[in-house]
Design a binder for this molecule. Structure first.
Ligand SMILES: Nc1ncnc2c1ncn2[C@@H]1O[C@H](COP(=O)(O)OP(=O)(O)OP(=O)(O)O)[C@@H](O)[C@H]1O
Ligand SMILES: [Mg+2]
Length: 451
């Protein structure tokens, strides 16, 4: 490297600099600049490129293997795709190893040999977990500790159909000088594993640790290299665990897998709506219910708001859990402007119950209902759901999949839905629908119902 060459590289966005910064000037990530290392000399892989004309390709159907868990299969788009690479990220203790061991149990019983690499736990620890989960199989091979080169030897010996890497941060190669777990090492190890697996038709599950911010540790490029990225979330104090598809080359990304952690491992939750709502009858203030669509499933979600006088008059708190805080700030500004309600003197807290992360714009109306209701201490009508997007001018805009949402609310026995104006005619639903055109209509409804 000459003196002028960039010597630091951002592991998140790839920005390069000759100076060190605590915060990346490009993507604003903290502590993401690392010393740039000379690229390793590429090794001869043995794989050869192939030129094809698209009209001459005879596509074979994508092979999908059931994992043994319907919840996990739906998340992947209908089963595990042959020779795909699946990255699973999540906080320590959330249940990554448990889920993979449960999947191994089913796959190995279907005559598939599996090689499970663990760099974090001994074979004995894994055996104890397997006993607790009631798993034993002669086709499940454990390989603990060791290097990438040794792992490759084991792959030759076992010829597995599935390979589990638990975790990529603990694997190391005797051939690279990079530190274990460093971004450069992760990139090299992952590409070597993918190359080995794709050449032999092996499906790979890679466990990745997440940073404090909840992102996969290591370079973002790791996510580009794999076919599927799944994030495991959940409050470790509770037994609920949510698996979310962040990227999927073979299916939709808005699917959720909802599980409960028990002493027998992870169990799928059959009717999640029941889990996320506690206040459907009460009609309390600061609580609004919303039918959220996640892939093929619709479930009713509880949105809670707390608006209180702020002790920090010049800088009130705005805290959103499970909802985009910028979006919340925008909705508060619309309410302030259109309804003349001075939120600027109040602390605002918003919470989506059950540890869910709500990204659906159709939830705007329910969020506004919860915020206004808490601020003015007006009860939100019980047995009701709110569906609608809020425009910057305060109008309530149509949303996608309205009928699907209404159907689920009707199925759950709700009596009323507050919805935007729709252009066509709605199918006859089991519940009453009330049209709201603007936020002023919503405020008027809340005031009327409280009288
Ligand atoms: N006997 C038990 N009964 C119920 N739950 C248990 C029991 N033992 C462990 N667990 C659950 O399993 C979790 C650990 O799961 P697991 O080891 O699969 O997590 P992980 O995501 O792989 O963690 P790490 O990142 O540390 O490897 C614990 O946090 C706990 O919730
Ligand atoms: Mg683990």
């Amino acid at each position: 490297m000459t003196k002028k060459d960039p010597q630091f590289e951002c592991i998140e966005c790839g920005y390069q600099s000759i100076k060190y910064f605590g915060r990346c000037p490009n993507c604003q990530s903290w502590n993401s600049l690392v010393e740039k290392q000379e690229p390793e000399k590429m090794q001869e892989s043995g794989l050869r490129g192939r030129l094809s004309r698209i009209d001459e390709i005879d596509p074979s159907e994508v092979e999908r293997v059931p994992s043994g868990s319907d919840e996990f299969d739906r998340l992947l788009g209908g089963g595990i795709v042959g020779d795909s690479v699946i990255l699973i990220g999540g906080e320590p203790g959330v249940g990554k190893s448990t889920l993979l061991l449960q999947i191994c149990s089913f796959l190995s019983s279907a005559q598939h040999p599996i090689l499970y690499y663990s760099g974090e736990e001994s074979a004995n620890q894994i055996k104890i977990r397997a006993q607790r989960l009631g798993i034993s199989s002669p086709r499940l091979y454990l390989f603990t500790g060791g290097t990438l080169e040794e792992l490759k030897e084991q792959i030759e010996q076992v010829t597995p159909r599935f390979l589990i890497i638990d975790s990529i941060q603990t694997l190391y190669s005797s051939k690279t000088s990079h530190n274990t777990g460093s971004p450069a090492a992760l990139r090299i190890l992952t590409s070597e594993i993918i190359e080995t697996a794709k050449g032999k038709g092996i499906t790979v599950f890679i466990v990745g640790h997440v940073t404090k911010e909840g992102q996969l540790a290591g370079p973002k490029t790791l996510e580009h290299m794999v076919d599927v990225v799944l994030y495991f979330q959940g409050d470790l104090q509770q037994d609920l665990r949510i698996l979310r598809a962040e990227k999927n080359r073979f299916g939709a990304v808005n699917e959720l897998g909802i599980f409960r952690m028990t002493d027998k491992g992870l169990e799928a939750v059959q009717d999640p709506s029941k889990l996320f709502i506690q206040h459907r009858h009460a009609g309390g203030s600061g609580i609004a219910l919303f039918p959220a669509v996640n892939g093929q499933r619709t479930m009713i979600i509880e949105i809670q708001a707390l608006v209180t006088d702020s002790p920090f008059v010049s800088n009130p708190r705005r805290i959103a859990v499970g909802f985009d805080s910028y979006k919340m700030a925008m909705l508060i500004s619309i309410i302030e402007k259109k309804l003349k309600l001075p939120f600027y003197k109040s602390d605002v807290f918003l919470n989506i119950t059950g540890g869910l992360n709500l990204r659906d714009t159709a939830a705007d109306l329910a969020v506004c209902a919860a915020l206004i209701s808490s601020y003015k201490n007006l009860p939100v009508p019980g047995e009701s759901v709110f569906i609608g997007e809020t425009g910057l001018t305060g109008e309530i805009r149509p949303v996608h999949l309205l009928e699907q949402r209404l159907k689920e609310a009707g199925r759950q026995g709700f009596q009323c839905a507050f919805i935007p104006e729709v252009s066509g005619k709605l199918k006859k639903m089991e519940l009453k629908t009330v049209t709201l055109k603007t936020l002023a209509d919503l405020y008027g409804t809340l005031k009327d119902k409280s009288q």
